[in-house]
Each structure stands twice: as C-alpha cells, then as structure tokens.
Design a protein around this ligand. Structure first.
Ligand code: MTE
Ligand code: MO
Length: 390
C-alpha cells in the first residue's frame, strides 16, 4: 500500500477521499479562528505523502545562468532572511458541491471548507533565485516546481507560476519551512513547500524537490490538463485543455460558516448572528461583505475582521479597527460577522452572502452561468436556509 506512510489526521476532518487523503474541517471551525489551527487546515493530496529525510534533503534549482544549485534544508534556513507571511490557501475545487447541485461535475465533492489561513515562514523565492544569479530580461517566463510525491509510474506532482510573480518584491512567494510557527507537517509539505500568496492552491507545491526556470509552463498534468476553467457549454466530448489558461489568481469568494444549512434559529433570541469568511486572489483585499436574510431582496453590511487589529478605547465602547495590508498584498482572508434582528413573522430565512474586493469584483448570484465540467472556481453567492422556531 503506497499510502501506508501517510500521517495520522484529526478525526473531525470531513474526509472526501482516504487514499490519497483529502479532507476539510467542519465549516464553523474556520470562522472561530483567524489562523486555522494546523490540524484543521484542509488537506489536499493527489498522491501518497512522501517520507523525506531532512538530513539528506536537497532542493535542486535548474535554469540559472551560473549553473544548477543544490541547497540543503540548513542552507535554506541559514543563508536567506527569514520571511513571514499570513496567507490563505484555497483549492480551485472549493465549493464544488454547489456545482454538483446544478449538474454533476468530475472531482472531489468539496463543501465550503477547502480553504484555510496560516502563517508561513521561509526564504523568499526571489532571494534564492537572485543569489543563484538570476537576471531578469532573459527567456525565462515561468518558474516550475516539482514535488517529491510520485505516482506508481514515478511521475511527480508539478506546477508553475509566471516568473514575474516569483521575482516580485511584493509577490511574497516563499519557500516555506514553517507553518503556524512550527516545522511544516507531513501533510502540508515537509520539509519545504512553495507558498504563492493570492494564487490557487494547486501552484503551492508541497514536498518541493526541484525548481526549474523555463520559457514554458510546467508540463505536469495538473498544469496542462486540469485546474482550468471552461464554459458551461463545454463537455467531456468537446473540451480542449489547450484552449484555456491555467488558473493562477482566484476570483473573489465568500461563504457562510454559521449558522449551518438546516439549523433552527430560536425565535425568542430576537436576533440572529451570521458568520463567514471572504477572500480574493491576486492580493486584492476584500473591502465589503453584504448579507441578506431574505434570499437577496434586502442587504446589510457585515463587520469585517482582518488579522491585525488595533483597539481603541472610546469611553465605555471598545472599538476594533482592522488594519489594512499594503495595497495589492492582501493575502489573507477576512472573517466577517453580522448580528441582525430576526425579521418578524419569518418562519424561514434564506441567508445569503457576497463579497466585494478592492477591484470591485463581485461574486455571481447563481451557479448555473459559471458551471464547468471540472467544478472549479465555484464562487456564486453562498446561500444557507434555516428555520425559525415558534
Ligand atoms: N503539492 C504536491 N507536491 N502534491 C499535491 O498533491 N496539491 C496541491 C497543492 N500542492 C499538491 C501540492 C493542491 S491542488 C492544493 S489545493 C494544495 O496543495 C493544498 O495544500 P494543503 O494540503 O496544504 O492544504
Ligand atoms: Mo487544489
């Protein structure tokens, strides 16, 4: 069994597939912690988890002008400044189950929790490439990453990102060796993974073995023939994977984590509290979340919570102000909350949320127009139906 070396996982994870292991936390856990506890961080593996010996580990880098580079874990930690980034990772298939309700798609049936937030520490990819002699202006257009995880034929997981993102001082791409202040766990890429803030999960290659600077994108199946978006009109007979670009930056997203679908809201409480997360790709900051209790007829603005907050004492009132990240570098999600009076006489609520990012991108209101055969990029308004007790 190639999966016999896989690590133990938290029993509360909702398992989408055991081998390879794919699991997401109960949704309410997401909004209870700004930084997702590592054990609950969603896990998305395509292959068995490789066992890597940190003592003999080497990161190979090819395509540099001064020839190939090989770095030990110790060298990566000691030769480059340690950089810390809080970044949300989201799988392209997050909320795929919503698409399945329109028409069956192919892929793991993720709910709303194939997304999590962590602090990542490591060397900047930029620093490592520049030290290796990389000079902009050549024929390098893509930075390819290869994992140490292999299928039965020996094929490794791989992906690539545009070189501009990898080199940008404000791109914050990391060769991360720590997650939430501890060594990366086996499931999240021990000993080194790439963290590409603002970019789809699939490019954040775990168990990083090799980096290749190239004129071309990664030839990996997951870069070429998967993780691409298509029209609702495209089916498995007509799909041409060459016709669509690989997903990199993700669109604006939000979802309701509390209350849960089908929950009963107590009438005597007179109000209802709604919680959730919101995030956008490419470093675009979420600037607003609108919440409706009546299926989208009327709206209220939710309170946003970012990572860094400053507290202000104003008489009796304690006010929390969200500190904005530098423009274009909003890598982490916002948690949000709304407490509103229960509409009188309502026996049922259809709670809806939608987020707006700093480019004023908004989520589509329904799933059908963005349905695609692989069920990726599922970001329609999230809807939760609850009943109100008498
Ligand atoms: N890297 C390797 N080597 N192998 C993988 O299967 N899965 C990718 C990415 N990096 C994967 C990988 C996908 S599709 C996602 S969404 C993220 O890792 C998930 O990261 P996580 O398991 O740390 O949440
Ligand atoms: Mo993914």
């Amino acid at each position: 069994d190639p999966y016999s070396n896989d690590p133990p996982r938290h029993p509360a994870l909702r398992v989408n597939s055991q081998k390879p292991f794919n699991g997401e936390p109960p949704s309410e856990i997401l909004s209870e912690n700004y930084i997702t506890p590592t054990a609950f961080f969603f896990k998305r593996n395509h292959l068995p988890v490789p066992k890597v010996d940190p003592g003999t580990y080497r990161l190979q880098i090819e395509g540099l002008p001064n020839g190939p580079v090989s770095l030990s874990l110790e060298e990566l930690k000691s030769r480059f400044p340690k950089h810390k980034v809080t970044a949300t990772l989201q799988c392209a298939g997050n909320r795929r189950s919503d698409m399945n309700q329109v028409k069956q798609v192919k892929g793991l049936n993720w709910g709303i929790a194939a997304i999590s937030n962590a602090t990542w520490t490591g060397a900047r990819l930029r620093d490592v490439l520049l030290e290796g002699g990389y000079a902009p202006g050549g024929t390098t257009h893509h930075v390819q990453f290869e994992g140490l995880d292999k299928d039965v034929t020996g094929t490794t997981y791989g992906a690539s990102i545009p070189v501009g993102k990898a080199l940008s001082e404000e791109g914050d791409v990391l060769l991360a060796y720590e997650m939430n202040g501890e060594a990366l766990p086996a499931d999240h890429g021990f000993p080194v993974r790439v963290v590409v803030p603002g970019t789809v999960g699939a490019r954040n290659v775990k168990w990083l073995g090799k980096i290749v600077l190239s004129e071309d994108e990664s030839t990996s199946h997951w870069q070429q023939n998967d993780y691409k978006g298509f029209s609702p009109a495209t089916d498995w007979d007509t799909v041409d994977f060459k016709s669509a670009p690989a997903i990199q930056e993700l669109p604006v997203q939000s979802a309701i984590t509390q209350p849960a679908e089908g929950a009963v809201v107590d009438r005597s409480m007179e109000e209802v509290t709604v919680k959730g997360y919101a995030w956008s790709g490419g470093g675009r900051e979420v600037v607003r979340v609108d919440v409706s209790l009546d299926g989208g007829r009327t709206w209220q603005v939710a309170q946003l919570r970012g990572g860094e907050e400053e507290e202000e004492e104003e008489g009796e009132e304690r006010q929390v102000n969200v500190v904005s990240p530098p423009p274009g570098r909003a890598w982490a999600w916002k948690l949000w909350e709304l407490t509103a009076p229960l509409p009188e006489d309502a026996r049922e609520l259809e709670i809806v949320c939608k987020a707006v990012d700093s480019s004023y991108n908004m989520q589509p209101d329904t799933v059908a127009p963005i349905w695609n055969l692989r069920g990726v990029l599922s970001n329609a308004w999230h809807r939760v139906r609850v009943t109100v007790s008498e």
